[in-house]
Design a protein around this ligand. Structure first.
Ligand SMILES: C[S@@+](CC[C@H](N)C(=O)[O-])C[C@H]1O[C@@H](n2cnc3c(N)ncnc32)[C@H](O)[C@@H]1O
Length: 215
C-alpha cells in the first residue's frame, strides 16, 4: 500500500451519504462512549470537535456540555451538520470551516477538544497538538480516537491518508512534548472489515486523553 503524501481527500463528495454507513456510525459511537467513560463532562464546558464531519461524535456529547464547536475543512460535511442543527433547533452548536493543513486556525477557547478518525488525515501531528494546547483553557483536555498502526489496508483509497494509523507510545511522547500531562491510552473500539484478498481484518482504534499542563 502506498501513501499519497501530497494529495488531500475531498470529503465533500462523501458528506451526503456519510451517516448511512454503519461502520462510521459505530466508530463515532464507540469514540463517544469511550470519551464518556474517560472524561468527566459538565454543563459548563465548551467543547470543540476537530474534524467533526457531520457531527457524529460531538452531537453525542452535546447533551452533557454547554456548547459544541464543529471544525472541519469540508463545506459538504458542515452543510450536513448545519441541517442537523436546524432540524433539532440547536442554539449552542457553532461551526468553523478551517483547513488546518493549509495554515488556517480555529478561533475560541475550549475546555475539551475531541476528535475521531481525523488525525490520520492531518500531515503534521505535532503542529496540531501545539494548536490544541493553545486552544484550551488552563487545565483543559483533549480526547481523540484514531487507528492503531496499520499496513495501509484500512482505507480502500489512501488519498489524503497521511498516517497508516499511529503508535500510541509515539503519540503520547508528542503530547508530552506539546505540554500535555496525564496522557492515557485505552482501546475505544475494534473495527472489523473485509479487505480484498485478505479476508476479515481487525483494526483496533485507541482513545487518547491528555490534560493541558500548567507551569
Ligand atoms: C474520517 S472523517 C471523520 C469525521 C467525523 N469525525 C466522524 O467520525 O464521522 C475526517 C474528517 O476530517 C476532516 N479533515 C480532514 N483534514 C482536515 C484538515 N486539514 N483540517 C480540518 N478538517 C480536516 C474531513 O473533512 C473529515 O470530515
Amino acid at each position: 500500500m502506498t501513501m499519497k503524501k501530497n494529495e488531500t481527500k475531498n470529503f465533500d463528495q462523501d458528506a451526503a451519504q456519510w451517516d448511512e454507513h454503519p461502520g462510521k456510525l459505530k466508530m463515532a459511537g464507540d469514540a463517544a462512549a469511550a470519551i464518556l467513560r474517560e472524561v468527566p463532562l459538565s454543563a459548563d464546558m465548551d467543547v470543540m470537535d476537530f474534524g467533526c464531519g457531520t457531527g457524529l461524535l460531538g452531537l453525542q456529547l452535546l447533551p452533557q456540555v454547554k456548547s459544541l464547536t464543529g471544525v472541519d475543512s469540508s463545506q459538504g460535511m458542515l452543510a450536513v451538520l448545519r441541517s442537523k442543527i436546524a432540524a433539532r433547533g440547536l442554539t449552542n452548536v457553532q461551526m468553523q470551516l478551517i483547513d488546518f493543513a493549509s495554515g488556517e486556525r480555529p478561533a475560541g477557547r475550549y475546555h475539551l477538544i475531541v476528535s475521531s478518525m481525523t488525525l490520520h488525515h492531518v500531515p503534521d501531528t505535532a503542529a496540531l497538538f501545539a494548536e490544541w494546547f493553545d486552544l484550551l483553557h488552563p487545565g483543559g483536555q483533549v480526547a481523540f480516537a484514531d487507528l492503531d498502526a496499520e499496513d495501509g489496508s484500512f482505507h480502500n483509497d489512501n488519498t489524503g491518508v497521511f498516517h497508516f494509523g499511529f503508535d500510541r507510545e509515539k503519540l503520547k511522547q508528542l503530547l508530552h512534548e506539546a505540554g500535555f500531562a496525564d496522557v492515557r491510552a485505552t482501546t475505544a473500539s475494534v473495527f472489523s472489515k473485509e479487505v480484498a484478498g485478505r479476508g476479515l481484518r481487525e483494526f483496533p482504534i485507541f482513545l487518547i486523553t491528555a490534560t493541558r499542563r500548567e507551569v
